[in-house]
Every structure is written in C-alpha cells, then in structure tokens.
Ligand binder design. Structure first.
Ligand code: NIG
Ligand code: FE
Length: 411
C-alpha cells in the first residue's frame, strides 16, 4: 500500500476527534480546521495530520504540495438514483412550457417512463451508463454515495438495479450503500394494493435473500404511497434487516416525516413541505432531516426551511437526489451553493451537512465524513482558494482539483 503526504495545506477542513458522528443546531456553524497543515494517508486510511511545524519525518511514496489550497473530506452523497437507463430532457421541456410533475407522471412520464427504459436495458449496459455518472461525481468531490433502486418496479428489474449499484461499488473507488425503493411508483396494469403486496411479499424477501440492500425507502407522497403503506413497507423491510429512509414531504404534507420518526428511519429526505408539526416530531428523534436542494431547484419548489430546522437543534443534511426526473445533477459543490444561496445556510453549515451529517444518514459516520484518524482516506484538494466561502460563492465553478479515494490518487 502506498503512503501519501500532502504538505503546505492552506486549510485542512472538517478535522474531528473520533466519536463525533453528527453535528446539530448551532454546532453546525463550526467547521474545525487546521491552517498550514499536513495530512498523511497510509494504507487507505487517514493516518495523521497537524500543522507543518509538527510534521515528523514520514516514509512516503508520494508527496503532494497544496500551497494555497484547501483539503476537504470527500462529500458523502446520501441520496441518489444513480442507476437509470436514460435522461428525460423531453419532460424538462414540457415543464418549461408549464406542465407539472404530477401531470407528466399522469401521462406515463416520470418514474414510469424511466422504469420502461430501465426494464429494456441489460444489466451490463446499465453498469456502463452508471459508471459514467459515477466517475462524473467522483470528479466533483464525492467519495461515498447511496444508490436507490426504484426504476425497476418488477422483482426482476429491482434486483437488476441493485446489482448494478453494487457493481459500481466494486468497479469504482466510491463507497456505495444501496437502498431498495420498490415502492417508488405503481406500475401500469396492477392495482395499488396488489403492488404494495408484491413489494412486501415478493420483493423485500428477494432483495434480502441476495443481500442487495442496506436500506429500504418509500416515496411517501399523494398519488404514490400513503403514510400507512409506507409504514407497512418499511416495517417489513426492517424485519429483513433493512433500515428505513423515506422520501417525505416533497410535494405535500404527506405524513412522511411522522412515519420516519415512528419507524426510526435513518433519514427523511426532501422536506419541501414541512411545518412546525414535522419539526416538532423530528426534535424527539434521531432521524436526520435531509434537504435535496437540486430537486427543489429543478422543480421550482420552495426550499426546505433550513434555518428553522437548524434553530430547532436538528442535524440537517444535504444530498443531491441525482436522478433523471427531478435532479439531473450529482454535483455536491453545487448543492452546497444552493444550500447557501437558497436555504440561507452558512458555508460551514452546508459543508457539515454534506459530509458528516450525510455520513450519519448512511450510518458510515465511523469511517467517512471528516478528517479523523482511522477514517477512510477520502479527500479532495481544491484549486487555490481564498476562503471556505469561496466554494459556494463561485457556484458552478469546478474547484475540486485533485481527488484521493481510499488513499489512492484518482486524478
Ligand atoms: O427523489 N421523488 C421521487 N423520486 C425522485 C424523482 C424520480 C423521478 O422523477 O424519476 C425524487 O425526486
Ligand atoms: Fe429521490
């Protein structure tokens, strides 16, 4: 295994003691950092770091100079639909001309459009198409990613999607966590109740049998799955060892947040439509509220009330929701910029939300999400920058320069 020493780092960001596994409320404003730092990576792990004055003599196979540059822990993107067969820009144009998400879905577009295309695409071809996206998100600083099923909508195709997701974890240096989202939409030609039964009785056991999913998710939304159905489905998933995470309150006050709290979900994601009641429910729980600002931006929805969530003392997370229908970007620096610009989060809060809190939302906080001794050596070096705020300020610029994953230089 190789050792990498990064020297003269202008600022080493998100430096945490072991055991800090999420940051909530006021603490989100703090992003501990070391100025004029070194970082030493060995055997794929973060071995040590400190100020340049403290730099001991270390055996190294590679030395990188980071003068004028920042080093961050890689982003953890805790919500994506990275496996899909085709883009849907024709629907994008329909939306520009005034169609709503629900109207497009009602015409066989939306999730069912993606399902049709995915069902007709082979596993190997899906791997090829998804690999391109995986390499794209690595280049914008993502080191760990959650990938959901949900465009298969038959047992065969849901399993196929999850196998593709797993292969992305093997064929790239990304850490991949998988989520079974069979309850993403009701396919044509089957009744609502029959499909819920199929998810519960056929799909969940099959997914568990092949050990294909870490988590279970449901699109809890008017016209998709009710709060009661969500509860039934995730409870069954739990029996098979899949922890819940829930698509909650995207388009309506669906009760998704409350189901998430009731079923001890790891996270409730979206939250464009929440109020005092949902925030109160979250306060009495360990559930991580997750905003997906790319989806709110793309669909023109109101953004989740980040300031209220943080003022309530909660550990807000932000992820990309990368998918062909509502968020065709997995660019986490852009999500951080949206969080700052549209949700009034400070740059420090947004970085905490996209690293440590998303790692907690995937239950990988012991190995990812911060610069901590013993964690996986997933970091990126920026281009020369003046301050942390420059990252979201220069939105759309590509400031991630060099990527190191599992202690190896990726680019
Ligand atoms: O997270 N909300 C449900 N699922 C996706 C959209 C999927 C699609 O339109 O293909 C989302 O926004
Ligand atoms: Fe989603």
């Amino acid at each position: 295994m190789s050792e990498i020493l990064i020297r003269n780092i202008k600022r080493l960001v998100q430096v945490r003691e072991p055991g800090i596994d999420r940051v909530a409320g006021n603490a989100m404003a703090e992003l501990p950092a070391i100025e004029n730092a070194f970082l030493y990576l060995k055997d794929g792990l973060i071995h040590s770091f400190g100020t340049m004055d403290e730099l001991p003599s270390l055996p190294t196979s590679e030395v990188l100079d980071a003068t004028g540059r920042f080093v961050f822990p890689s982003f953890v993107d805790s919500h994506t639909h990275l496996v899909f067969a085709a883009s849907r820009e024709e629907e994008f144009v329909m939306k520009i001309k005034g169609a709503t998400y629900a109207e497009i879905a009602g015409k066989g577009g939306g999730i069912l459009n993606s399902a049709r295309k995915l069902q007709q695409t082979s596993e190997d071809e899906l791997v090829e198409r998804t690999l391109a996206r995986a390499h794209e998100i690595i280049q914008t600083g993502t080191g760990a990613v959650e990938i959901k099923s949900g465009y298969g909508l038959t047992t065969r195709d849901e399993l196929k999607m999850l196998r593709v997701a797993k292969r992305i974890g093997k064929e790239t240096p990304l850490t991949v966590k998988t989520t079974f989202l069979g309850a993403h939409a009701i396919p044509a030609g089957i009744s609502h109740e029959d499909y819920v039964r199929q998810v519960i009785e056929e799909m969940i056991p099959a997914v568990a049998e092949d050990k294909l999913a870490d988590f279970i998710d449901v699109f809890c939304e008017e016209g998709f799955f009710t709060a009661d159905e969500t509860e039934r489905i995730v409870e069954e998933g739990k029996r098979f060892g899949m922890q819940p995470r829930i698509h909650a309150n995207q388009l309506h006050r669906s009760g998704g947040v409350q189901v998430g709290v009731k079923t001890n979900a790891l996270s409730v994601d979206h939250l464009e439509n929440i109020g005092a009641e949902e925030i109160e429910a979250l306060k009495n729980s360990r559930v991580i509220p997750t905003a997906l600002p790319g989806a709110a931006f793309f669909l023109g929805l109101s953004f989740p009330p980040a300031r209220q969530l943080i003022e309530a003392g909660l550990p807000l997370a932000i992820a990309s929701d990368y998918n062909p229908g509502s968020a065709p970007s997995g660019n986490m620096p852009l999500m951080v910029a949206f969080a700052c610009i549209k949700m009034k989060m400070t740059p420090e809060e947004a970085i905490n939300a996209a690293t440590l809190n998303t790692s907690a939302a995937l239950a990988i906080q012991h190995s990812h999400g911060s610069i901590t001794k013993g964690k996986i050596a997933n970091v990126y070096i920026t281009k020369p920058m003046s301050s942390i705020a420059y990252l979201p300020y220069a939105f759309g610029s590509s400031l991630v320069d060099r990527v190191i994953l599992n202690g190896k230089i990726y680019s």
